[in-house]
Write a new protein. Structure first.
Length: 239
């Protein structure tokens, strides 16, 4: 459902943030994206969602080329950006209605989904207040609800667990599992190795814009017997 092939992105100051990266994510898979700060995770996700353009390579989501068919590709994506501080002047309901309008979510389904998701994340009462007054975790949860409102098949989540309390993190992980059980795809970045270990079918480890490892964490642990996941990661990324 995600095709990312031979993609390179150099920022204007000459930083090659993504250097000939290729990977695929199939339906039914949760794939974790891990790597040190500044290794190119957010850049990869912005390329995948069409927020920024690649210099070279081919990107397709749900069968739609992000260059040839950007609207169809974007309609297929639920994206959580790396910062939840946006539209802060809007009340929760106003923000979700704006997102619902953009993605053409019918009023009835919109109401049902908001009720379900806001209930799940304990946000129902906060919806009538401006998002400026929300805590960081509450804003993050609004981004989760907004990303899922149009029930997209492909989720692209940039550090979605950041700031979530244990119950909310649990609910999000559960939603990710249910989503892939229905044959959809989840691609998310995280710095939490235990989360990746428990949740992911595969991981992609990136450093300085290049893929160092792609496969299961189980296999990686097998290759490095008697070492903790943390040590394996440190050795791999410090080389
Ligand atoms: N808008 C930009 N202009 C110039 N350079 C940028 C820009 N955004 C990111 N970079 C650079 O690209 C590289 C990759 O950054 P990116 O944000 O993709 O990393 P990341 O893996 O998401 O890091 P983190 O774990 O801290 O979120 C870094 O060297 C960063 O300085
Ligand atoms: Mg990032």
């Amino acid at each position: 459902m995600i095709k990312f092939e031979n993609v390179t992105k150099t920022y204007s100051k000459g930083v090659r943030a993504v250097d000939n990266v290729s990977f695929h994510v199939k339906g039914g898979e949760i794939v974790g994206f891990i790597g040190p700060n500044g290794s190119g995770k957010t850049t990869t996700m912005k390329l995948l969602t069409g927020i920024i353009k690649a210099d070279t390579g081919h990107i397709a989501v749900n069968g739609f080329d992000i260059r040839q068919d950007p609207i169809k590709a974007k309609e297929s994506i639920g994206y959580i950006a790396d910062s939840p501080d946006m539209f802060l002047r809007l009340k929760g309901t106003e923000f979700l209605n704006l997102i619902g309008d953009i993605y053409h979510v019918p009023t009835e389904s919109r109401r049902e989904r908001v009720e379900k998701l806001a209930g799940l994340f304990g946000l129902s009462e906060a919806l009538s207040a401006p998002m400026m007054s929300y805590s960081h975790g509450m804003r993050q949860k609004m981004m989760v609800i907004a990303a899922l409102l149009h029930e997209p098949p492909v989720w692209i989540l940039d550090e979605p667990m950041i700031g979530l309390d244990p119950k909310s993190a649990f609910e999000l992980k559960q939603l990710m599992r249910e989503h892939t059980q229905k044959g959809n795809a989840v691609f998310f970045s995280t710095h939490m190795l235990e989360v990746a270990e428990k949740l992911c079918d595969r991981v992609i480890i990136i450093k300085k814009g290049q893929v160092l490892y792609s496969g299961t964490l189980e296999e990686l642990e097998k290759q490095n017997k008697n070492k903790s996941l943390e040590n394996i990661f440190l050795e791999l990324t410090e080389k």
